[in-house]
Design a protein around this ligand. Structure first.
Ligand SMILES: C[S@@+](CC[C@H](N)C(=O)[O-])C[C@H]1O[C@@H](n2cnc3c(N)ncnc32)[C@H](O)[C@@H]1O
Length: 478
């Protein structure tokens, strides 16, 4: 019989009592709110700029020693309600969830697969670690969860992401070979107790649990299958269950033998306390390679609970690529006309090119982004130019990406006008005095781009801030 969900951690976690070092601090930690943690977009205001925004509000930000560009704030810090969030200055992410992308250490130009990607926090870390070069395949089986990923792509200006919808365990081998694969597996979520103060999403015992474990193993094996020989695969979960963690790694090490190796990485993570993995469970002793897995109890670092392993593919075969041709490009003038209006030159987009539109938008992508035949890409690159408007419309995503360097047709507005813009309120300006000509205008607040407006003859200024973002953003602390 399946266990009923429970809300008493002491009762629920009894099953692991013998495994958990310092049981009282563990329980004590589960009762405390999680600190707010976030990382700063490395190419926008940087970590000091973001820390300054919170300092102004009376919240001291503490830099995380072990994670790039990351800050810890008091649990009450209004990070999600800050206008800087919608401007893509930072991304909110639980501290320990930052670990897998850090372990992958993705490099510019690599091909990386994020097999279970929605809502996309780790995809975003990977994409920016690669400086928007190379390709990140961001996959999730649930199409409806890709909406959040798409918004992350736009807010943070990610150009090198291809989204796909496919069961991870059946991901087509021909999409590979990948240099690195992240398997951030769906799990029972026992480590996220502090977020909801409630029982895990899935039962902890029984047939459904067995099915989940088998699926996790198949996903990890598919991750290894699509990786190149010499590539790396990171397996991660936010659960405490040995069945979904060490037992999955154990099964894979036994099946793949000399073709895989768990890489020792603890020494690279100064500032993060890492506990020993479980080596015996249900009367069985795990494969010796399991010793190099990373287990993180909530009270180790005042976070959620987490598990991760870096697995090197040391032998076997690399899959044969089955890729399409390079996607068709638009002539450079199309983007050039938009850049010119804002006083930007082509260097502003670096190596990126505008792809021929496949929908209402033309997307900006790095030249090395080449989709595979299967799975068919759901979308690729950054929606940059609205091609159904006349003239072509720069998207909010493009404005957030490039608007800080714009010199022409930019309006820097104080808080009250910024709020009106985000609320899509029309207003009037005097074009002669502002030096702005009719057409598209980038709206900035304190030098930070917020989006695009359109100025008409006579001075009417229409906010083109997306309605959906506006509803989501509320007042954003302005
Ligand atoms: C732990 S969450 C991923 C979180 C994400 N990596 C992030 O950092 O934002 C697990 C994801 O796996 C997806 N998922 C569940 N079953 C899957 C499957 N068979 N194939 C691919 N994705 C799956 C879920 O929809 C969910 O979005």
């Amino acid at each position: 019989m399946e266990a009923q969900p429970q809300t008493d951690p002491e009762q629920y976690f009894q099953r692991y009592r013998a495994l958990i070092p310092d049981w009282d601090s563990f329980l004590d930690c589960l009762q405390r709110p999680l600190p707010t943690t976030l990382w700063a977009h490395p190419e926008r205001q940087g970590v000091d700029g973001v820390a300054g925004l919170f300092d102004e509000l009376g919240f001291r930000a503490e830099a995380l020693d072990w994670a790039d560009n990351a800050l810890r704030l008091h649990a009450d810090a209004p990070a999600g309600a800050h206008w800087g969030f919608m401007a893509g200055l930072f991304q909110i992410q639980e501290e320990i969830a930052m670990l897998p992308a850090q372990l992958i250490a993705a490099q510019p130009g690599e091909r990386v697969l994020d097999l279970c990607a929605a809502p996309g926090n780790k995809t975003a870390q990977l994409s920016l670690a690669m400086a928007n070069q190379g390709t990140v395949y961001a996959n999730d089986v649930r199409r409806e969860r890709l909406g959040a990923l798409r918004q992350t792509i736009k807010r943070l200006g990610l150009r090198n992401v291809v989204t796909t919808v496919q069961p991870a365990e059946e991901y087509p081998l021909g999409a590979g070979p990948f240099d690195a694969v992240l398997v951030d597996a769906p799990c029972s979520g026992e480590g996220t107790w502090r977020k909801g103060g409630a029982a895990p999403k899935l039962p902890s015992e029984g047939a459904r649990r067995e099915g989940l474990m088998r699926r996790q193993q198949r996903m990890l094996e598919r991750g290894l299958g699509v990786a190149r020989v010499g590539g790396r695969v990171v397996y991660a979960t936010c659960t405490l269950s040995p069945d979904e963690n060490e037992a999955v790694i154990d099964a894979v090490l036994r099946r793949w033998g000399e073709q895989v190796r768990v890489r020792p990485v603890r020494h690279q993570l100064n500032g993060l306390k890492i506990s020993d993995p479980i080596t015996h469970w249900r009367g069985e002793r795990f494969h010796a390679g399991v010793q190099d897995c990373l287990r993180l109890w909530p009270h180790d670092n005042d976070t959620g609970g987490f598990f991760a392993a870096v697995i090197d593919k040391t032998g076997g075969n690399s899959p044969r690529p089955d890729w399409l041709d390079r996607p068709e490009r638009e002539p450079p003038e199309r983007l050039g006309a938009i850049l010119q209006r804002f006083g930007l030159d082509e260097a502003a987009v670096g190596q990126a090119e505008l792809l021929a539109p496949t929908s209402r938008y033309a997307h900006l992508a790095p030249p090395e982004l080449i989709p595979s035949r299967r799975p068919v890409a759901d979308a690729m690159g950054l929606p940059a130019v609205g091609v159904q408007a006349n003239p072509d419309k720069p998207t909010t995503a493009l404005a957030l990406s490039l608007g800080a360097a714009a010199t022409d047709n930019v309006l820097d507005v104080p808080a009250q006008e910024a709020r009106a813009f985000l609320d899509r309120e029309p207003r009037r300006i005097e074009p002669e005095r502002s030096g702005i000509s009719p057409g598209y205008v980038i709206i900035r607040h304190r030098g930070v781009p917020l989006g695009v407006a359109r100025l008409y003859q006579g001075g009417a200024l229409e906010s083109l801030y997306p309605g959906r973002w506006s509803r989501a953003s509320g007042r954003r602390g302005l």
